[in-house]
Design a protein around this ligand. Structure first.
Ligand code: SAM
Length: 325
């Protein structure tokens, strides 16, 4: 699939639930209202939708949420989708908060999940519990270790937060590298109302980089994943991704589209335009579904227009847990 700006669209992020067992303060309000179950696609519908995209040229599928591992039957979904590996699909990967990874790592590996992104914003038990509003970092660390033992490549995702984890960026990178895991730092994005000021949370990536370079010398790495990350290699040999959706954007090479757990297709994380694929899916007309996807992809917006500035913050009303991250 080629969009109207000659970008090749090969990467689908599919959210399998909006529910999560954590309440990260920058992601959602404490009393987040989740969708009624009837609105969420069934496992069979998620499979049908992902399969349609794979048939149209998607080669990398990321399952996300909400927290994918809280969805009942998630492993069955993965097992089913793994039939496409080597037959259209090159990579089946997921994003998780890791709280249930120790339990499921072996099954994920068995069904062809080759890489997981695990979100860890702090290694300090109290700070982690504060950011996640109740999470237990020991469980997440056990999950990371289980995934590594199962042969799954792990990348740690850290949202840089002004008042929470700036002092920990070197320790986090050290910790990940000691385990042979990659790590990426990301700027907080203005997605949804979270009862806190985005200005107070936001840290430009140059500040993270400055702190990392006090410890290591950082050399640019030519590793293009088609995403908004730029990679550096430390002189100790570890890889660090620096994701700068705000202070710089890399929309020109964007290769991805997103589908929510209710079947809404978003062509850009930072734009509101969407297409309701659930209605198409339920109409039982695969040709109409494919035509709708192709039409939507042709109209993929050129860029997001996120902004976090003292005078004005501009984002989208949806929380990240709704679109899937
Ligand atoms: N539950 C899984 C997890 O924790 O990774 C998957 C869903 S979560 C919404 C995906 C990623 O989005 C996480 O790494 C989280 O830190 C990130 N995220 C959520 N809200 C964000 C925001 N406003 N800005 C930047 N990243 C955000």
């Amino acid at each position: 699939m080629i969009d109207g700006h000659t970008r090749s669209i090969t990467y689908l992020r599919l959210s399998v639930t909006d529910r999560c067992d954590l309440r990260c303060a920058y992601c959602m309000p404490e009393r987040m209202e989740f969708l009624p179950r009837s609105e969420v696609l069934s496992l069979a519908e998620l499979d049908a939708l992902a399969s349609a995209f794979i048939g149209m040229g998607i080669t990398k599928l990321r399952l996300t949420g909400g927290e994918p591992l809280v969805r009942k039957g998630f492993i069955d979904l993965v097992a089913g989708l793994s039939r496409h590996l080597g037959d259209g699909l090159d990579e089946l990967v997921m994003t998780t908060n890791g709280t249930r990874l120790a339990e499921y790592a072996d099954a994920l590996a068995r069904h062809g999940v080759s890489r997981v992104n695990v979100s860890i914003d702090s290694l300090d038990p109290a700070t982690y519990a504060r950011i996640t509003r109740g999470g237990d970092i020991a469980r997440v660390i056990a999950g990371v270790d289980a995934a590594i033992d199962a042969g799954i490549a792990v990348k740690i995702n850290v949202v840089a937060l002004a008042n929470d984890n700036l002092d920990e960026v070197v320790a986090l990178a050290d910790w990940a590298h000691q385990r042979g895991a990659a790590i990426s730092f990301i700027e907080v994005m203005p997605l949804g109302d979270v009862e806190a000021s985005r200005i107070d949370q936001h840290v430009p990536m140059c500040e993270v980089r400055r702190r990392l370079s006090e410890r290591w010398s950082l050399a640019p790495l030519a590793l293009d994943t088609g995403g908004p990350a730029r990679y550096v290699r430390t002189d100790a040999g570890g890889t660090i991704g620096l994701i700068t959706p705000l202070s710089d954007n890399f929309c020109g090479s964007c290769n991805r589209v997103l589908v929510t757990c209710t079947g809404q297709l978003y062509l850009c994380l930072g734009q509101d335009a969407r297409v309701d694929l659930r209605a198409m899916l339920r109409s039982g007309d695969p040709a109409a579904l494919e035509a709708a996807i192709a039409r939507a992809v042709r109209n993929k917006p050129l860029a997001h227009d996120f902004l976090i500035a003292p005078q004005r913050t501009q984002g989208v009303a949806r929380h990240m847990s709704v679109t899937g991250g």
